[in-house]
Ligand binder design. Structure first.
Ligand code: MG
Length: 318
């Protein structure tokens, strides 16, 4: 099977959002009047971003989900995406599952595949997503203000706990393993919450590299500091049942959570709760933005947790 047959068979279909679709040399995107185009790219490499044991369908889902999560962080409504896929050979079983997971999430998000490329090479997936947001209303990392509440959606740490189990560092029971593995392989992008937070949140980011690392991006860009209360961090019963050190690794540096971390004025608490209800997404208040720079995490007894051993994930760190 050649490249064009492959695209025809798995990555071409009648567009549901006319006139978007695959087939011409370029995708032509027209944001509606008064809207800005929001664009983000993420790349997934086998062995680095996903394990070879992952089901192809889940991989198709996750490849798109991590990109949609970036649109969610900006409060952008998803529009379309492109896919660049490199793989060692044409594996029909893999492509069937991968395309199935990809299209299912694309339909859920109401978006079309509008272009891309395939080539032979190591298994690598690169997706670019396009969204739209009313001009000037995108949620940015730079908008946090002293006194803001700090919120996070969903819960933290499940994906990291599954990774630790894969590495053989912790043993999970059947239910815990199923649930944490689903969190790692099937993250749900928080697009609806992101859209609802326009005009409510002062700043936002998605938690992809771990709470501490991603919060630090917000603090640096906003020129502020923060205090986080460790016992407020939302966690599953499975994470909560682990030893404290492991819980901290999962909650503070976990990564792959794809939850939204955002700040909003305390006066906006009713609006935040309404945004959570309308998007059917749980949110939890975990701390406060401070004037003084730096990040402090208070444990339950009022002592600060040393963060020296907790670093955000960095692909090029030694
Ligand atoms: Mg991001």
């Amino acid at each position: 099977m050649g490249e064009f047959d492959l695209i025809e068979r798995w990555f071409t279909r009648t567009p549901r959002r006319s006139p978007l679709g695959v087939g011409d040399d370029c995708a032509l995107l027209q944001p509606r009047p008064g809207q800005q185009l929001a664009v983000s790219t993420d790349m997934l490499v086998e062995g680095r971003h996903f394990l070879s044991t992952v089901q192809p369908r889940r991989l198709g889902h996750k490849a798109l989900a991590v990109n949609l999560s970036d649109l969610a962080a900006c409060g952008a409504q998803p529009l379309a995406f492109t896919l660049a896929l490199s793989m060692p050979r044409v594996d029909e079983h893999f492509l069937e599952g991968f395309a199935g997971g990809l299209w299912a999430l694309a339909d859920q998000a109401g978006i079309e595949l509008v272009g891309g490329d395939t080539t032979a090479g190591p298994l690598t997936i690169s997706i670019t997503v396009f969204g739209e947001v009313p001009a000037g209303q995108a949620l940015l990392r730079s908008g946090a203000r002293p006194g803001d509440d700090i919120w996070v959606s969903g819960r933290l740490g499940d994906a990291r706990l599954a990774l630790e189990a894969f590495r053989g560092r912790v043993a999970l029971d059947g239910e815990g393993w199923t649930q944490t593995r689903r969190a790692m392989e099937c993250p749900q992008p928080r697009c609806a919450l992101g859209v609802e937070l326009r005009g409510v949140a002062h700043s936002a980011i998605d938690v992809s590299d771990g709470l501490i690392g991603d919060l630090r991006h917000v603090l640096q860009r906003s020129g502020v500091g923060a205090v986080i209360e460790e016992q407020l961090l939302p966690r599953s019963a499975c994470v909560a049942s682990q030893a404290l050190d492991l819980q901290r690794v999962c909650l503070l540096t976990g990564g792959d959570d794809y939850e939204l971390l955002f700040t909003a004025s305390p006066q906006k608490r009713p609006q935040v709760m309404r945004a959570a209800e309308r998007s059917e997404t749980p949110v939890t208040r975990i701390g406060t933005i401070q004037v003084e720079p730096g990040l402090l995490v208070w444990d339950g007894s009022g002592c600060s947790v040393s963060l020296n051993s907790f670093q955000a994930f960095d692909h090029f760190a030694a």
